[in-house]
Design a protein around this ligand. Structure first.
Ligand code: PEP
Ligand code: MG
Length: 587
């Protein structure tokens, strides 16, 4: 048995066998397999080598036809390598004698091969370096690609173990089979973490080297509450966690009742609780959990889940489906927030960027790809006649950017009017406040929009200079930092002064220890991942606004995030022992 600690990002407990997927762009970890699995690994290797040879032959044919035999000759060297008996024997020997995965067999032998050639010292051999690297990637791509296909068609429950997952890989997971996610990398508010939470899959990220510690088929317990992964647990641990799982299910059932309650404080202040969604299909669950509107629809996920850019009609269909599912409740559609960690091959920001989170992402990408932006705005406006909709621009960092986005929206409206296409004339336009410059300039921006939504996930990373997905500095990423308190406070004040609507849709909205503070800072609207709603509603029903204001004032006197988080936890558990009891019963 071995226990590994990581960052808990989606609560719940999963007990199942591991399914490990390697990453082609990372060093392959050395992972042992049981003796009985060795022939299977050798067969996988042979299959991957054969498929790679077939692929090379196909490419050779195409190149031969287009540019002639001479250039195509380069492929012969590759084919020769992969068919070389000695090399194949080295792969197989590695797998059989060291009892490792086929991926590691290929990776380690190819790396050693490259080192051997380099040591010969002759230039013509050194030049072969990139060819070897190319071949290694090709064979690994085959092996990993087949494992991913297997993952898509799993016929049993499993805990997915990977280096990291992209948001689109996470979105494509079959929730009925994948009971937990454990990754080497990742941070608290990475989009993968957010999605896992939204899908209700327990997840622990930042486990360091879990992919080298566990093999496919090994029994595992994943504790999404405390951020632990237990590999090959003893029988008593399995029993203990099964009991814990039962208690969590009972607790959730009780909490489920608060989902139906209105979100009203003890002294009668109504709080609007919205849900954050990535796909229209999540709306039913959001309403079931007690949301009264959708405060954030991350429309880029339609792009992330598609091999080509969705057409205007496809986007229109998705928005109309969402509006209809909401049956008269408000839908806040955020325009495309692509780029940084949400990349699609068909809309590249140009050359790879050194700092993608500070680069051409989000509204910036849209303003540099006007047809993309205009198509989305047309689709939103066309769908807007179906029910209440608002448009929200992400990552606004200066006034000119907002004015430009509004100007394009107004041009799209003019086009629609000219062509006699109906749309909602009084559609509200708002922005996300998720860049410190926007938060500091909130008074100015408030004059130009109908609403603000504070995106603390990005606001924290940009204010504290901490990458939200980087595990090495995850301890520095916190919503309890005094600077975040100041920015949220001032944005709410600016919105109130200009009498515009303000909400908060970062993950912080769904974290119970911040509810008192956010209410005390004047927020009356929050949008969060659907599973968090019942607990937050329960907290709201137990507090008075007066008490929350006192808590917020006290938080303003602290200098460090440690003091703030300790104080907030203490206050929350004092006011709501039963909520925290529930959590501790669960733990
Ligand atoms: C945010 O940044 O807080 C936010 C809600 O947007 P996202 O998590 O999609 O970046
Ligand atoms: Mg954001």
């Amino acid at each position: 048995m071995r226990t590994k600690k990581g960052i808990p990002v989606s609560p719940g407990i999963a007990i199942a066998r591991a399914f490990v997927v390697d990453a082609a762009d990372q060093p392959i970890p050395r992972r042992s397999v049981p003796e009985s699995a060795v022939p299977g690994e050798v067969a996988r290797l042979e299959h991957a080598l054969a498929s790679s040879c077939e692929a090379i032959e196909r490419e050779r044919e195409v190149v031969e036809q287009r540019v002639g035999k001479e250039v195509a000759g380069i492929f012969n060297w590759h084919l020769g390598m992969l068919r070389d008996k000695t090399l194949r024997e080295r792969f197989e020997k590695m797998i059989r004698e060291e009892k490792v995965t086929a991926e590691y067999g290929v990776f380690s032998v190819m790396r050693q091969y490259a080192r051997d050639l380099r040591e010969i010292g002759e230039a013509r051999w050194r030049e072969r370096d990139t060819d070897i690297w190319d071949l290694e990637k090709r064979v690994l791509g085959q092996l990993i690609g087949e494992t991913r296909q297997e993952l898509e068609h799993l016929d049993h429950e499993a805990i997915l173990v990977a280096y990291d997952l992209t948001p689109s890989q996470t979105a494509a997971l079959d929730k009925t089979k994948i009971k937990g996610i454990a990754t080497d990398a990742g941070g608290r508010t990475s989009h993968t973490a957010i999605l896992a939470h939204a899908l209700g899959i327990p997840a622990v990220v930042g486990l360091g080297n879990i992919t080298s510690q566990v093999s496919t088929g090994a029994m595992m317990i994943l504790d999404g509450q405390h951020g632990a992964a237990i590999i090959k647990p003893h029988a008593e641990h399995l029993m203990e966690y099964r009991q814990r799982l039962e208690r969590i299910e009972a607790f959730e059932l009780r909490l489920g009742e608060s989902a139906k309650l209105p979100a009203v404080t003890r002294d009668g202040t109504e709080i609007v609780i919205g849900a954050n969604i990535e796909f229209p299909g999540e709306i039913a669950m959001a309403l079931e959990k007690g949301a009264t509107e959708i405060g954030l629809y991350r429309t880029e996920f339609l792009f992330l889940a598609s091999p080509t850019a969705p057409t205007e009609d496809e986007q229109f269909e998705a928005y109309r489906e969402a509006i209809r599912a909401l049956d008269g409740r408000m839908l806040t559609i955020r325009t495309l927030d692509l780029g940084a960690d949400k990349v699609v091959g068909f809309i590249a920001p140009g050359r790879p960027e050194a700092n993608p989170f500070l680069g051409c992402r989000s509204i910036r990408l849209c303003l540099q790809n006007l047809p993309l932006f205009e198509t989305q705005l047309r689709a939103i406006l066309r769908a807007s006649v179906e029910g209440p909709v608002r448009i929200m621009f992400p990552l606004i960092s200066n006034v000119m950017e907002l004015r430009q986005a509004k100007m394009i929206l107004s041009e799209v409206r003019d086009d629609l009017s000219e062509s006699g296409t109906p749309f909602r004339e009084d559609i509200q336009v708002g922005i996300m406040i998720e860049v410190p410059s926007a938060a500091l300039q909130a008074r100015t921006l408030a004059r130009e929009v109908d609403f603000f939504s504070i995106g603390t996930n990005d606001l924290i990373q940009y204010t504290l200079a901490v990458d939200r997905a980087n595990v090495r500095i995850a301890n520095l990423y916190t919503a309890a930092h005094p600077a975040i308190y100041m920015l949220v406070r001032d944005v709410v004040r600016a919105a109130n002064r200009h009498k515009i609507d303000v909400s908060l849709c970062g993950e912080m909205a769904g974290e119970p220890e911040f509810t008192l503070l956010l209410l005390g800072l004047g927020l009356r609207k929050m949008s969060m991942t659907p599973p968090a709603i019942p607990e937050i509603k329960r907290i709201i029903s137990k507090v008075t606004i007066d008490k929350c204001r006192r808590v917020a004032r006290k938080v303003g006197t602290f200098d460090s995030d440690r003091e703030i988080i300790n104080y907030l936890r203490e206050e929350t558990s004092r006011i709501l022992p039963e909520v925290y009891d529930g959590r501790s019963v669960a733990s």
